[in-house]
Every structure is written in structure tokens, then in C-alpha cells.
Design a protein around this ligand. Structure first.
Ligand code: SF4
Ligand code: SF4
Length: 125
């Protein structure tokens, strides 16, 4: 009986798609909620430091004088607190696997100065 059952399983598996993935030969498909590393888009950043205050691992530092957003990658635990709290939508989590690193990586990004919109008096001149 056991041999019959084994034979049935064997034959049925011959016609099924493998359950394993052919990684690294086939690209990995990440689920929509995969949390990779923090991506910063500074166009709308107002240097409010809400992200820095919400970060549980003190990975983010805002330098208002130099107008910089600084993130220590090795401290980040991909919790998404900064992404969820940014009032300007400057942060997102890249949904890809990040290769481990043996060096502490600190990334610093310039925050561009925004030109103030001209008033009607200025534009009529
Ligand atoms: S990234 Fe968002 S939360 Fe952080 S300083 Fe800029 S605007 Fe504020
Ligand atoms: S994802 Fe979490 S740990 Fe990483 S920088 Fe944002 S708040 Fe900090």
C-alpha cells in the first residue's frame, strides 16, 4: 500500500510546478509589504525632525544648519515609524532585500532650499 501511495505522489508531482524557487537564477518576487531600506526624497522636506524623534533606534539625524538628512543604515530596524510620521511624504521603504554589510554606512542627503512663491506685488513689477 505504501508503495502505491508513493507511486501516486511521484506521478502527480511530475506534472506539478516545483514549490521551490529557482533563486538566484529566477528573480525573487517580493511581497508588497516587504520592508527594505529607507528612501529619502528631500524635495518637500521641511527639516521638522519628526522622523528623527519617532525613530526608536536613533538612526535619523537632521542637521538644520547644514540642511541635511542623515541616516545611519546599520541602526535602522525597518520599523517604518519615520515613513508613517513624515508629514510631507518624503520617506518610503524600498521593498527589496538589502545585502548585509560589515561596515557602518551613514548616508547624508542635502535638503534643497525651496524658493518662496512670489507675491502678486512682486510679480506685477
Ligand atoms: S523627512 Fe519628513 S519628517 Fe523628516 S524632517 Fe523631513 S519633512 Fe520632517
Ligand atoms: S524605519 Fe524605523 S528604525 Fe529605520 S530610520 Fe525609520 S524610524 Fe528609524
Amino acid at each position: 500500500m505504501a508503495i502505491l501511495s508513493f507511486g501516486r505522489t511521484l506521478v502527480s508531482n511530475l506534472f506539478k510546478k516545483p514549490v521551490t524557487e529557482g533563486y538566484p537564477f529566477e528573480p525573487r518576487e517580493y511581497t508588497p509589504r516587504t520592508r527594505g531600506h529607507v528612501v529619502f526624497d528631500g524635495d518637500n522636506c521641511i527639516l521638522c525632525n519628526i522622523c528623527g524623534r519617532k525613530c526608536p533606534s536613533n538612526a535619523i539625524r537632521i542637521d538644520k544648519t547644514e540642511r541635511m538628512f542623515i541616516i545611519e543604515r546599520m541602526r535602522c530596524v525597518q520599523c517604518s515609524a519615520c515613513v508613517d510620521s513624515c508629514p510631507k511624504g518624503c520617506l518610503s521603504l524600498d521593498g527589496h532585500y538589502i545585502a548585509p554589510s560589515i561596515q557602518k554606512v551613514t548616508d547624508a542627503y542635502d535638503v534643497p532650499v525651496k524658493e518662496k512663491p512670489r507675491t502678486s506685488e512682486q510679480t506685477s513689477e
